[in-house]
Design a protein around this ligand. Sequence first.
Ligand SMILES: [Zn+2]
Length: 337
Amino acid sequence: MSDIRYNLLDDRFVIIAPERLSRPLCNNQSQVKTKMLHCPFCEGNESMTTPEIYALRDASSEANQKGWHNRVIPNLYTAVNVETKNYIKHEGIFQAHNGFGAHEILVDTPDHTLEMHQWSVDTYINWFNTLINRIIDLKDNRELLSLTIFKNSGLIAGASQEHPHTQLIALPVIPTTLFQKYQRFSEHYHHTGHVLLEDMIVQEYQDNRVITENSDFVAFCPYASEYPFEVMIMAKEGLSRLELIDKEELQSLASIVSKVFSSLKNTLGNFDFNLFVSVPPLQKNSQTKLFFDEIDTITRFYIRITPRIYQHAGFEVATQMMINPIDPNEAARRLRG
Ligand SMILES: [Zn+2]
């Protein structure tokens, strides 16, 4: 069983998850054919996974059978487990939560080879709708305080499964960086009366780092990009959380994400990447009470895409400070095409 240990030295958490050592590392381009036969995420191989938690499927199809557009399953090589009891244990001066939490895999599409830049707008809409279902459901569990939604695509980005998939990890703690971010949103709002993310967008427009926009969303290479060709896609105004999106906004979001992936593909060729979908802390508690009731005022929904062209080295690990060799203005210019 895993532990969510608190790092006294750096004021952050670490998940010690020995179970994850045994997961297969099967991302090897030269074996694509063999893998599609044995890939647990491919359509027709549903019996190779644990039973699905949720699936967006044709009305005529049955659970754990063919006929789905995307499907959510518990991660087999889980970092945390939702069926474990949630408690804190003290070990001398140290403390840890036992490995309580939810770790789910969203299989993005039945097609093993369908990369994000090839997804149709409908595939994106289905993907967002399933994420919304999971956010609402996981939030119902009052013991889960944070939810991280992310994609690892390609070996450099840390993917151990080639089939397009997204991971959702919900924890009984709030990662320090997430907590501090919402604290900053709150401070900025109270000092200036503005939403920090909206102020950022104004400056990104002025400084010419916007790649594309539509009525509801804007995509740009942020001023302090930590990765080459990093892109943020942000709600222009109003929308603070994905689960509050309306039908028209969802259509705009799907089309701008699709456009950004086409630009990235045209500029970079095949590229590994990570993607993060913003989810504010899930519950009001003694830690989040300072800003929880005003989350929808102080923040905006965003997606962050970080292409992984270079590996991290010692400096980044030691300092948590990235070295990015590409000027974000130049990245934006190239992505505009
Ligand atoms: Zn597959």
